[in-house]
Design a protein around this ligand. Structure first.
Ligand SMILES: [Zn+2]
Length: 72
């Protein structure tokens, strides 16, 4: 487990950079199934894995929920 690859995340709220592993769901291809809290500002973030840049895209959780509802 300690060898799991970690991916760069830039906090959407404060711009802090940290690293997160993919969630189990992200490993099997559900790319927006990650979440975590920014270690600096403590904002709860949705993490969407971007296959093109090999990074996690962070979005504040309530904004993420709005973005899914908009797509329905
Ligand atoms: Zn932050």
């Amino acid at each position: 487990m300690e060898n799991r690859e970690r991916f760069k995340v830039i906090c959407s709220e404060c711009g802090h950079t940290f690293y997160a592993c993919k969630s189990i769901a992200q490993e099997i291809g559900i790319l927006d199934a990650g979440h975590g809290s920014c270690p600096k500002c403590r904002t709860f973030l949705n993490l969407t894995f971007d296959e093109n840049s090999n990074e996690m895209k962070a979005m504040e959780w309530s904004k993420y929920l709005k973005s899914i509802n908009r797509n329905k």
